[in-house]
Design a protein around this ligand. Structure first.
Ligand code: HDE
Length: 728
């Protein structure tokens, strides 16, 4: 145990150690480097056709005469145009918009008592992974911050073959049987007659379907919650959702649910921010992930298991095979067994993020499938989808999908076959008797010999028929703020529904979860408030682990704090405050009157004297953003610095006022230094009670103030209070 604690703590929060392992050095990286990567734009490289012939001219097609028609003979033109015409492959029917990253997985402690999978038993391994995060509803060009479930798909390149854990950031799903998936997806996608709306479920068809599918009620509570508007891909949990099995060397089977927990904590945007960000920066999540990895802030997740012995399969009041139910952590705690780090951005979006092909049926010895009817259906669908996306079965030969272990078989040919199989035989048995089947001892995957018999019937288990207990559990486990957000989200979504019978039916469904919830939404929709049904009684159960706010991670690591400054700022003050906040792990960015130089008081004075052009000196600051183009929504907190006069006379006074008001409205920490306090009292809509004119540091309602910055003001205490305000 002490060993485990040591190992965990040596891995914990150790970004420096993670970066010391040199991103790009895994077995998968080496394979990609050797086999397929090219650096096209290096000195001395000439443009050539795909057949290798160098080209002398790429700006004019070959013509018969100066003004004549283009000639068929122009093979360079034809290759150029043909490649372009065929650049796209079908976008994923769901999860079309995504972002990927490379990394690795490390195990804290061998799980050999429950599984024989090498990735979960060998602690000396560093298993390469490729992860793709995604939204579900929107198409490839849709915005990142829409209200939607997020995909969380991990491909582990293990020594025994690829293992794909294709999960979401929500632990349950809308439906219980895969056969309903096409109906679900048709209902939530843009409507068929006019392809509206993009990137949202706030429309008649989705709520029509949902209101007729009581099994979706639990999932509806999750999608109406803040989980569907995450702050960052780096700050979301991940769940395998379906129940899988683990099998050990002795051939014993256990049921398992897989979990990912971000070390940065689970955080969300507020709805108004999400709406604005969808326009202000549609790539908000994609950019956040990319920039974090580029700057060495490698995101990390702990990996956990909820393990259930075979004998306990029937001991719950829900069915383990029903993916509309969680196994409450209070009943079966999550055992945290490993950590994943993402440390390298892809070289090429299409080659890697677009072409990565996850399939739930990609498992390795020691991991297998339960009879969850969703998982069984997914095992068919993902392979089928890849056949469509890649025009045939050779998608596993695309570099990002190739395993890192050697492998042989008699599968052959097909569109775009890459491998050159040598030898005279391509069948088994053959006169060489190679390649031959392996035994379990030699590492073969052996399906768990589960005894199965039954009538051929279209039905589901009896416990699948209860749909409301866990919807209640979820709703009651939320803090009041989280409950209010669910009410607001339901009111927004149903408010976009035109057909009133759908709204009424949905309110009847909500009534089976909680009366006050259903009543609040009905009120907001202007519907008649329904009578309490008797089904809505609180069942007395709680699962605090479901709330994001009950035990938040107390860290501001990698959070973005904007320092809004105007010309004439006090350089020493800004630099020391910035240093103190950076020391807490946050990123500080300067928002100035323009991008580039912001003139400090000293610089203004000296330029008056010398009338020379002001440059950013070694100690000066340069604005990363202009207040004209950046909004408070891009940051987690803001600090406004400047004399009252400079702020008032700034040409961007209106933008600055909006910046402060909006940050406050979105419940962000707002720091006000010196004249900024009086400026805010005069122009901003923050309650005066939070705007103390004291010369000492005060904090009220997330607003940190110090009206008079003197030599004696301890910048550290202002920074400390600001950091605390960001955390809360
Ligand atoms: Fe998927 N899902 N899904 N899904 N899913 C796809 O496969 C499907 C489900 C999930 O980044 C598709 O390659 C069926 C649950 C993710 O490339 C497709 C059912 C969960 C991704 C497909 C489900 C997921 C997909 C479309 C009901 C959470 C993106 C493109 C039985 C555990 C993977 C593709 C990536 C993608 C089918 C339900 C997660 C059509 C039939 C539950 C993260 O094959």
């Amino acid at each position: 145990m002490t060993d485990l604690v040591n190992k965990m703590s040596s891995m914990k929060d150790n970004m420096a150690e993670a970066s010391a392992t040199k991103p790009g050095s895994s077995k998968k990286d080496q394979f990609l480097e050797k086999a397929y990567r090219t650096q096209d734009n290096e000195p001395g490289h000439f443009i050539a056709t795909p057949t290798g012939v160098k080209i002398d001219h790429t700006d004019d097609s070959l013509k018969a005469g100066e003004r004549g028609p283009t000639l068929m003979e122009d093979f360079h033109f034809r290759y150029t145009m043909t490649q372009f015409d065929h650049e796209r492959i079908p976008e994923r029917v769901v999860h079309a918009r995504g972002s990927g990253a490379h990394g690795y997985f490390e195990l804290f402690e061998s799980q050999s008592d429950i599984t024989k999978a090498g990735v979960l038993t060998d602690t000396s391994r560093k298993t390469p992974v490729f992860v793709r995060f995604s939204t579900v509803q929107g198409s490839r060009g849709s915005a990142d911050t829409v209200r939607d479930v997020r995909g969380f798909a991990v491909k582990f390149y293990t020594e025994e073959g690829n293992w794909d854990l294709v999960g979401n950031n929500i632990p349950v799903f809308f439906i219980q049987d895969a056969i309903k998936f096409p109906d679900l997806v048709h209902s939530l996608k843009p409507e068929p007659h006019n392809e509206i709306p993009q990137g949202q479920t706030a429309h008649d068809n989705f709520w029509d379907f949902a209101s007729l599918m009581p099994e979706s009620t639990h999932m509806l509570m999750w999608i109406l919650s803040d989980r569907t508007i995450p702050r960052s891909y780096r700050m979301m949990q991940g769940f395998g959702v379906n129940t899988y099995i683990l099998v050990n060397e002795k051939g014993e089977r256990r049921f398992v649910k897989f979990h990912w927990k971000p070390l940065l904590g689970t955080h969300s945007l507020v709805w108004d921010e999400s709406l604005k960000l969808a326009g202000q920066d549609p790539d908000f999540h994609r950019r956040d992930l990319w920039e974090a990895i580029e700057s060495g802030n490698y995101p990390q997740w702990d990996f956990g298991l909820q393990v259930i012995d075979e004998k306990d399969e029937d001991s719950f009041d829900f069915d383990l095979l029903d993916c509309t139910k969680v196994i409450p952590e209070e009943l079966v705690p999550v055992k945290w067994i490993g950590r994943m780090t993402l440390d390298r951005n892809p070289d090429n979006f299409f080659a890697e993020t677009e072409q990565v092909a996850y399939c739930t049926q990609h498992v390795v010895p020691g991991i297998g499938f339960s009879n969850d009817p969703m998982l069984q259906g997914r095992n068919f669908s993902y392979l089928d989808t890849q056949l469509n996306r890649f025009n045939g079965p050779n998608f596993n030969e695309v570099p990002i999908n190739q395993p890192v272990c050697p492998f042989f078989n008699n599968l052959r040919d097909g569109f775009n076959r890459q491998r050159i199989n040598k030898g005279k035989t391509n069948y088994y048995p053959n006169r060489h008797m190679n390649p031959k089947p392996a035994t379990a001892e030699e590492g073969a995957f052996v399906h768990f010999p589960e005894k199965t018999e039954g009538m051929k019937i279209r039905t589901r288990g009896s416990k699948f028929r209860e749909h409301y207990n866990q919807a209640k559990l979820f709703y009651y486990s939320m803090t009041p703020v989280e409950q209010q957000h669910i009410i607001d989200a339901a009111s927004f979504e149903l408010g976009r529904v035109d057909d009133q019978q759908i709204q009424v039916r949905m309110i009847e469904g909500f009534l089976k979860v909680d009366y006050t919830f259903a009543k609040a939404v009905a009120d907001n929709l202007g519907l008649e408030v329904p009578q309490a049904s008797g089904n809505d009684a609180y069942n007395g159960k709680l699962s605090p682990a479901l709330s994001q706010l009950v035990a938040p991670v107390q860290s501001i690591a990698t959070r973005k704090i904007a320092f809004v400054v105007v010309d004439g700022y006090d350089k020493a003050q800004v630099l020391s405050l910035r240093g103190a906040i950076k020391a807490a792990g946050a990123m500080t960015l300067i928002v100035g009157p323009r991008r580039g130089v912001v003139k400090s008081q000293d610089q203004l004075n000296s330029s008056k004297e010398s009338s020379s052009t002001v440059k950013v000196d070694e100690e000066g600051i340069s604005a990363d953003f202009s207040v004209l183009t950046a909004r408070s929504t891009l940051f987690d907190a803001i600090v406004l610095i400047g004399t009252q006069q400079a702020l008032e006379q700034s040409g961007q006074r209106g933008q600055i006022i909006h910046f402060v008001n909006e940050a406050y409205k979105h419940c962000k920490a707002v720091g006000l230094v010196g004249g900024a306090v009086e400026f805010a009292r005069k122009y901003c809509s923050i309650p005066q009670t939070a705007l103390s004119t004291d010369n000492t540091v005060c904090c009220e309602d997330g607003v940190v103030t110090v009206a008079q910055w003197t030599e004696a003001t301890e910048e550290s205490s202002f920074a400390k209070q600001t950091v605390e305000a960001v955390k809360s």
